[in-house]
Design a binder for this molecule. Structure first.
Ligand SMILES: CC/C=C\CC(=O)SCCNC(=O)CCNC(=O)[C@H](O)C(C)(C)COP(=O)(O)OP(=O)(O)OC[C@H]1O[C@@H](n2cnc3c(N)ncnc32)[C@H](O)[C@@H]1OP(=O)(O)O
Length: 719
């Protein structure tokens, strides 16, 4: 797992060998210790280079080992042995040096990186901190503020920035190992005392207390309730205030707390889930590894409203040719300007040239005739979308993949408007489409494996986390969201306020509670959808019957607000009030509270006390229960798919892993018991009836989430 050789006569070369990313598993750590001994005892060797096999230095500790009993030498000791070596040690960084990989490099006396290499300490993203000395060495090397930035965000830097920060000594465009060997030769025999980072004093900015206080506030705001970023700040604070050996003790202490926390488990689950969803499968047996994507050179976008504009930007940023079609001249002009601005801003942020020339605009649908793939993003209206699909079928060349950005409409109905339904697939982007990471790829019963593979591949090119899901009303994300919203409305009817509900959800970790979020996205969006489902018309009568639609309990509260023109932030009033239309700071609205009182009086509802626990259980367990139904029906292939959708598309707090992981953490038996309780209390809400898969899982002894698939006997079902 680590190989030793002697090169150029006097340089020992230790190569990490653990594909695909040379993670520091026990055998690799052991290998380093043994090879180091060899190099140091070889009298011909004057200096040593450490590199990684296959152009990758090291992706860090082996995350798969985290749940297991520790074996092999601890990384912190391996790195101390490297730093203590009496011959110059040089890290040759190619590909990545992340987490423990960068910590290993920081233990070396010199670091040289290839210009394309990426470096970082992303442990915080896994709910941990860089506990192999990273929190103590990095601030000593590059100063407290820069170290805080890298350690608390986990962001990667490319070699040029690493050089500027002082993380590496040299950057090369040539063969990194050769350059490292040259460097090693040039420093052979030189004194090493001034090269051991652990011996450096940590420069202390004069406003140290204020700096840490500010940073603490920042990380708490950024990830509400997440403990790793807080521990990262505390560890760097130890570097700034304590001698190295005490700092290392503090780092270890903080790591132990994080390591045993549910948050680290959740975030590591998410790391593997994010990778697992790319290995998609469908009920018909199509799979990621047997389905070849079609070649895509030119993509067309139809409809340049908010979604179409974002999609166009995201496509152009990948370097693909894009034809953007909007039949309304005024809208087309506005879109051109908006898309160009977004591209220019994005390019400026990323330090690259804007790709404006990749897009051609047209008011004429004929312009898409030679596109390889079309994404329809017109208004969310089935009749209109059907008409567009008929046009696409007539205009496009044979074999063109036809995608719809619908957020809930039946993809199969759209497919039936074409002669080649196998080429039709949903690509459900999330607003703003050039920013949000999630893409739901929706396959219907007739969608071909190649169409799924093509949409998944395009999503990947666009930098999205793509999840393949079956076709049903609302797919995965919006289908579950509907119940979450509905429970929130019911809670208002029963005595809660938007402030109470939002506070409970924000304390749970959501950046915004359900009502603040609805105000931001616009209440009219859901209203239009409900009207389309024949639900959104308000009933003038009072009592319970006025709140029953299609045989189930229904709350018209959102519809009533829309009828008053209260669409949320854009109109300055919604569930909250804002200082002006478009204002962003929500404040409590006395009008809303008296409106709720009269509504309850009209319908004979008596307000009761509702606590945070009930808010969480009602909103989250309703949604989780639907998640189990989605799994049972085979709409999602596994719980990981649902969780990835919720974290990347619906701002579910990452450190809680996703709704299905959360259910596993709470305990399936408890979720079942609470659902039974609420179902008895609300018999007119059929979806609170616990799903049979949940019952089966509990009856099977509540296996851990990784084993749920074994219990989902019938893995998939059709729409
Ligand atoms: C005392 C504690 C000290 C240190 C703590 C740590 O070091 S924690 C680990 C810190 N490192 C990271 O967080 C890096 C995680 N990995 C990545 O960001 C990416 O994988 C990487 C290295 C940038 C490569 O990206 P790429 O897109 O090329 O590949 P992909 O992500 O699909 O990964 C390929 C397969 O490798 C597995 N993998 C990656 N990193 C690790 C790791 N550190 N440990 C174990 N396994 C790792 C990944 O799961 C993929 O596996 P596959 O089975 O093919 O899905």
């Amino acid at each position: 797992m680590a190989q030793y050789s002697r090169v150029s006569g006097t340089v020992g070369l230790i190569t990490l060998q653990n594909p695909p990313v040379n993670a520091l598993c026990a055998a690799v750590r052991q290998g380093i210790v043994e090879m180091l001994k060899k190099a140091l005892s070889d009298s011909k060797v004057k200096s040593v280079v450490i590199c990684g096999q296959n152009g990758i230095f090291c992706g860090g500790a082996d995350i798969k080992e985290f749940g297991m009993n520790m074996s092999g030498p601890p990384l912190v000791q391996v790195i101390h042995a490297i730093e203590d070596a009496n011959k110059p040690m040089v890290a040759a960084i190619e590909g990545v040096a992340l987490g423990g990989g960068l910590e290993l490099a920081l233990g070396c006396h010199y670091r040289i990186a290839h210009s394309k290499a990426r470096l970082g300490l992303p442990e915080v993203i896994l709910g941990l901190l860089p506990a192999a000395g990273g929190t103590q060495r990095l601030p000593r090397l590059i100063g407290v503020p820069a170290a805080l930035d890298l350690i608390t965000t986990g962001r990667h830097v490319i070699a040029a920035e690493a050089l500027q920060l002082g993380i590496v000594d040299q950057v090369t465009d040539h063969k990194t190992v050769d350059a490292a060997v040259k460097l090693a030769q040039s420093v052979a025999g030189k004194p090493l005392d001034a090269r051991r980072i652990s011996t450096y004093p940590c420069a202390r900015p004069s406003d140290l207390d204020a700096l840490f206080e500010g940073e603490m506030q920042k990380v708490r705001q950024r990830a509400r309730g997440a403990i790793a970023p807080v521990a990262c700040v505390q560890a760097v604070q130890a570097a700034a205030t304590l001698p190295y050996t005490q700092g290392i003790e503090r780092e270890k202490e903080l790591m132990v707390t994080l390591f045993t926390s549910g948050q680290a488990r959740a975030l590591q689950y998410l790391f593997f889930s994010q990778r697992a969803v790319s290995k998609w499968s469908t009920p018909s047996g199509a799979r990621w590894d047997t389905s070849k994507p079609g070649p895509i050179h030119k993509v067309a976008v139809i409809g340049l409203g908010t979604m179409g504009r974002g999609i166009t930007v995201a496509l152009a940023q990948t370097g693909l040719s894009v034809v953007a079609v909007e039949t309304q001249e005024k809208q087309l002009m506005g879109a051109k300007k908006a898309v160009s601005n977004m591209l220019e801003q994005g390019a400026k942020r990323r330090g690259v040239a804007p790709t404006l020339d990749k897009i051609s605009y047209s008011p004429n649908i004929q312009a898409i005739a030679d596109a390889d793939l079309v994404i329809e993003a017109v208004f969310e209206d089935m009749a209109l979308k059907k008409q567009v699909f008929q046009q696409l079928a007539a205009v496009c060349k044979p074999g063109t993949f036809l995608c719809t950005n619908t957020s809930s409409l039946d993809v199969d109905q759209l497919a039936s408007q074409t002669r080649s339904p196998e080429l039709v697939v949903g690509m459900h982007f999330f607003a703003p489409a050039h920013v949000m990471k999630l893409l739901e790829v929706v396959y219907g019963p007739r969608t071909s494996p190649q169409a799924v593979a093509t949409a998944m591949e395009l999503g990947k090119k666009m930098g999205k986390v793509s999840v393949a899901v079956g076709n049903c009303q609302g797919f995965v994300g919006n289908r579950m969201l509907k119940l979450y919203l509905e429970q929130a409305f019911f809670l208002l009817e029963e005595g809660a306020t938007p402030e109470l509900v939002d506070r409970a959800l924000e304390e749970f970790g959501f950046a915004m509670g359900v009502f603040r979020m609805s105000d931001l996205s616009g209440l009219d969006v859901g209203w239009k959808v409900r009207k389309g489902l024949m639900l959104g018309e308000t009933d003038v009568s009072s009592g319970q019957s006025a709140r029953i639609r299609q045989g189930c309990r229904y709350s018209p509260l959102g519809d009533l607000l829309c009828e008053q023109g209260r669409f949320g932030q854009k109109t300055g009033q919604g569930w909250y009030q804002y200082d002006k239309p478009g204002g962003r700071v929500a404040s409590s609205d006395p009008w809303l509270h008296s409106f709720l009182e009269s509504y309850r009086a009209k319908h004979g509802l008596v307000a009761r006390h509702i606590d945070h626990q009930e808010v969480l259980e009602r909103c989250l367990y309703a949604m989780i229960n639907e998640g189990f139904r989605i799994l049972e029906e085979g709409i999602a292939a596994g719980p990981e798919d649902i969780d990835v959708i919720y974290v990347f598309g619906y701002s579910w707090p990452r450190h809680r892993g996703g709704p299905m992981f959360y259910a596993d953490m709470v305990g399936l038996a408890k979720v079942l018991e609470r659902l039974e309780h609420y179902q008895q209390a609300h018999p007119d809400v059929p979806y609170l009836q616990p799903c049979s898969l949940l019952r089966r899982l509990v009856a099977s002894g509540s296996p851990p989430i990784q084993r749920w698939r074994e219990v989902i006997k019938k893995p998939h079902s059709q729409l």
